[in-house]
Write a protein that binds this ligand. Structure first.
Ligand code: GRF
Length: 200
C-alpha cells in the first residue's frame, strides 16, 4: 500500500520537523516525502539530509513576485504528490495561489492559543499582557495571517516572566501535538469538510 505522504515546508532550525522525523521515520503508513525551505541556510535542511529525506531550497529572493515564488513551490511539490503539506516554521505568508492549490491539505502550527496572538513574538506579548495561559494551535491554513479552521490546541499555565523559558515549554507542547494531529489526519480521523474540522 502506498504511504500517506507529508511535504514539510520550513525556514529555520526545524525542531518541529525533527519531531515529525522522529515520529514517522519507521512508520508503516506515513512518510515525509520532501522538505522544502525558502532559506538555503535553514538547519532543518540538514536534519532532512541526515534522515535521508529529499530536500531542497527555493529562495523567495529569486522570484520577482509572491505569485511566481508560490508557483515554483507548487511545481516542486507536485513532483512528490503530497497528501498533506505541513508548514513547520515556514516564515512566508501564502497567498490564494498556493492555498487554493492545497486547500483542505495544508496545515500549520502556531505558538499561541489562536485566535489570540497571531504573528511573531507571541511569548513576549503573552508575558507582557500577564496572560494566565499560553499554548499552541494546529490549524488548516487559509490566506490570512495564522488563519484557518482549528484542528487542535494544547495549553499551559504561564509560570515565568522569561520569554525564552516560555518558548521552551511551548516547544515541548508543539513536538507532541503536531505529530499527533498529523497522524489523525493521515488516518482519516480528522479532516476538513465544507470549511469545518470534523473529528471522528
Ligand atoms: C515554532 O514555534 C512554530 O510554532 C512556528 O515557528 C516555530 C518553528 O520552530 N510556526 P522550528 O523551526 O520548528 O524549530
Amino acid at each position: 500500500m502506498e504511504k500517506f505522504k507529508l511535504a514539510v515546508l520550513i525556514s529555520g532550525s526545524g525542531t518541529n520537523l525533527q519531531a515529525l522525523i522522529n515520529k514517522f521515520a519507521s512508520d508503516e503508513r506515513i512518510e515525509i516525502c520532501c522538505v522544502i525551505s525558502n532559506n538555503e541556510e535553514a538547519y532543518g535542511l540538514e536534519r532532512a539530509r541526515i534522515a535521508g529525506i529529499n530536500n531542497l531550497s527555493i529562495s523567495h529572493n529569486n522570484y520577482p513576485s509572491r505569485k511566481e515564488f508560490e508557483e515554483a513551490l507548487i511545481k516542486s511539490l507536485s513532483k512528490y504528490n503530497p497528501d498533506l503539506v505541513v508548514l513547520a516554521g515556514f516564515m512566508r505568508i501564502l497567498s490564494e495561489v498556493f492555498v487554493n492549490r492545497y486547500s483542505d491539505r495544508l496545515v500549520n502550527i502556531h505558538p499561541s492559543l489562536l485566535p489570540k496572538y497571531k504573528g511573531l513574538e507571541t511569548h513576549k506579548r503573552v508575558i507582557e499582557n500577564k496572560e494566565k495561559y499560553h499554548g499552541v494551535t494546529v490549524h488548516y491554513v487559509d490566506e490570512s495571517l495564522d488563519g484557518g479552521p482549528i484542528c487542535a490546541q494544547s495549553k499551559i499555565r504561564v509560570q515565568t516572566d522569561d520569554p525564552d523559558d516560555l518558548k521552551k515549554s511551548i516547544h515541548k507542547l508543539e513536538y507532541e501535538l503536531y505529530p499527533n494531529v498529523i497522524e489523525e489526519i493521515a488516518n482519516g480521523k480528522l479532516f476538513l469538510s465544507n470549511g469545518k474540522v470534523i473529528r471522528k
